[in-house]
Design a protein around this ligand. Structure first.
Ligand code: GDP
Length: 304
């Protein structure tokens, strides 16, 4: 229900474009396919993924000799489901049993403003609600506001936040967080990091350093590197995914702010283009407004 509501704008926009694209046509021909291509690109599915989808539909048209435009919706749904299935193969995360690693360490990356802090707060809430003990690490030491916001979330949710002074070494905050959490037998550790993209080499060095220092406490940490992207920013989200995947090994995506945007197509394109599973989606500003990404429900909701 939250998902339906959250995806409403994307869905309405895609369908109104789709119905315009096939208006007056009974058969899927080159013109309809061109129109469909435009629908997908302007829905922020991304050019590569759009072309992949179009090619597969073209193949079906030539194989079956005829495809009615009335079938296009169902066929698009199948193709989107197939694409999402390729990159979201793992088991869905269960907040009450996130991993066989204890503590389970999530390092969160992403540029400022995408909803990184909010996502960390929502995750902490979900884990806590599922009975897990959680530690947060405020390793985005470059912005006073980032630390303050994380502390506020920690209080709201009732989980400890490890922090140091502004401007201190992020790796040192990560080290402290992992040490305290481990000493206290925590289940889940979530580390915030600075979201500065101005220099790729700096970003890479910084993230590598944080990882190396974490590994002094927990040798195989982090177990997840979660990239947070703002789903309402369309092509910017693709660009950020490009930069971060070059700087570090991103293992999962959280796509935020899908409520109130018509650009939800990014979920389809980004996971396809970068071959990274989407683990979470953000559907609002509140504590409860984060869902584990369920590809089948997502497709059902989008094509309802
Ligand atoms: P950060 O700079 O990346 O840490 O971003 P914040 O977590 O501070 O979030 C920036 C703004 O986006 C805040 O006003 C959040 O309430 C808002 N926000 C975060 N996630 C979502 C979401 O899923 N939906 C909506 N509507 N707003 C969100």
């Amino acid at each position: 229900e939250t998902l339906d509501k959250g995806l409403e704008k994307t869905k309405n926009s895609v369908f109104s474009k789709l119905s315009r694209a096939i208006a007056g046509k009974s058969k899927v021909d080159d013109e309809v396919l061109d129109n469909l291509e435009e629908v997908l690109v302007t829905s922020d599915v991304g050019i590569e993924t759009t072309l992949r989808i179009i090619k597969r539909i073209e193949e079906r048209v030539s194989r079956d000799k005829y495809m009615g435009t009335s079938e296009l919706n169902a066929i698009l749904k199948e193709e989107v489901a197939a694409l999402l299935a390729q990159n979201n193969t793992g088991e869905m995360l269960d907040f009450s049993n996130p991993s066989d690693k204890k503590p389970y360490v999530i390092m969160v990356v992403g540029v400022n403003g995408v909803g990184k802090t909010t996502t960390i707060g929502k995750l902490a809430y979900q884990f806590k609600k599922a009975g897990k003990s959680v530690y947060l690490g405020a390793a985005d030491t470059f912005r006073a506001a980032a630390v303050e916001q994380l502390v506020i979330w920690g209080e709201r949710v009732g989980v400890p936040v490890v922090k140091q002074q502004m401007g201190s070494d992020p790796a040192s905050v990560a080290f402290d967080t992992l040490s305290s959490a481990k000493a206290n037998d925590a289940d889940v550790i979530i580390i915030d990091t600075a979201g500065r993209l101005h220099n790729k080499v700096n970003l890479m060095n910084e993230l590598t350093k944080i990882k190396n220092v974490m590994q002094k406490v927990i040798p195989d940490a982090p177990h997840e590197v979660l990239l947070v992207l703002d789903g309402s920013t369309g092509q910017n989200a693709f660009e950020q995914a490009r930069q971060f995947t070059k700087a570090t090994e991103v293992t999962a995506l959280a796509i935020t702010k899908l409520d109130g945007t018509a650009k939800g197509g990014v979920v389809i394109g980004i996971s396809d283009q970068f071959k990274i599973p989407v683990h979470y989606i953000g559907l609002g500003e509140g504590m409860e407004d984060l869902q584990v990404f369920a590809k089948d429900e997502f497709v059902e909701s989008l094509f309802k």
